[in-house]
Design a protein around this ligand. Sequence first.
Ligand SMILES: C[S@@+](CC[C@H](N)C(=O)[O-])C[C@H]1O[C@@H](n2cnc3c(N)ncnc32)[C@H](O)[C@@H]1O
Length: 327
Amino acid sequence: MNLQLKPHSGVKDHPIDSFRLDVLEGLKNSPKKLSSKYFYDKIGDRLFQEIMAMPNYYLTECELDIFKNKTADLAKLLIPGNEPFDLIELGAGDAMKSTFLLSYLVEKGTNFTYMPIDISGNILSILNEKLTSQFPALQITCLEGEYFEMLHKAASLSDRKKVILFLGSNIGNMDIEEAENFCLSLNQNLASGDRILIGFDLKKNPHIILNAYNDKEGITAAFNLNLLTRINNDLEADFNLSQFQHYQTYDPITGACRSFLVSLKDQTVTIGNENISFEENELIDMEISQKFSTDKIKELREKSGFENVGEIKDSKKWFVDTVWQVK
Ligand SMILES: C[S@@+](CC[C@H](N)C(=O)[O-])C[C@H]1O[C@@H](n2cnc3c(N)ncnc32)[C@H](O)[C@@H]1O
C-alpha cells in the first residue's frame, strides 16, 4: 500500500493560491462561476455520499447494477490477456462501485495495482483505510491531485499497461467542449492498447433527471452552499449562506443539467481584501451534469481518436459504461 497524499497547508485539499485565484477569477466573470471540483472537502465528501444514497439520485443505483451484476462482462471488456496492469480510477471518491470490480479481480488472482486519483485527500484516506482492511492482498497507490497531474505521476511510477476508470458520469461535470478536450488529452497521455471506461448518464425522461438534483431534503442545496462555507473558512470570506438559494435546471434538448446559487439581495461579499458585488437574483453557475445521447458519445469517441471496445448498460438502460481503447 502506498499513500501519496499532499502535505497540507492552509487549505486542506488544494494549494491555497490556485483555490483563491480560481474563486476570484470565477466570481469576477459574467455570469459568475465557481468550479465544482472544489465541492469536495471533508463536509463536501460526506454530503456527496449522502447524495449518492438518495433514492432519486438514480445514477448510483444504475452504475452499481453494472458493477455488481455484470462484473465478469466488465472485466472481460476492460482487461485483455494476462499482462499485469495499473487500474487507475480518476476521481475515485469512495470507490463504492469499483470495489465490486476490485473484489472480482482480487479473487481471480489478477496481477494489478489499483491507483485511485482524487483531488480530495480526505476521501482518499477513507478509501485507503477501507480497501486495505477489505482486501489485504490488494496493491494500492493513492494519488492525491488533479487528473492529468496524477496520471503523469502514475506513468512515472510504472510503465505497465494502463486501464482507466472514470465513473459516476464525472465526465458530465464538463460541458461538451471540455469533455472533448479531456478525452483527447486522455488519448494523448496513454499508450497504444491502453483502455478506458467512461460512465455516461443517458438522456431520459426530464422529470427523472431534474428530480435527481432537486431533492426536497435539500442535500444537493447543502452540497452547493458548502462551497461558500469552504471559501469563508479557507479564503477569509464572509458569504452569508442564508442570502443564497440553490436553483436547478435541466434542458432536455442540450442535455445540460445545471446547479446555480441565486443571490437573494443586492450584497457585497469580501474575500480576503477583495470585494465582490452581487445584484439581487444574480446567479453563480456552480455545476453542470451533462446528459448524453448515444450519438453524442460516439461523436466524442471519434473526435478523441479512441476505438470502440464495447459497452454495458444497466437494466433500466439509463446509464452506460463504455470501454474504449487507444489505437
Ligand atoms: C461526483 S464524485 C464521483 C465519485 C466516484 N467516481 C463515483 O462515481 O462515485 C467526483 C469525484 O471526483 C473528484 N474530482 C473532481 N474534480 C477532480 C479533478 N479535477 N481532479 C481529481 N479529482 C477530481 C472529487 O473529489 C470527487 O471525489
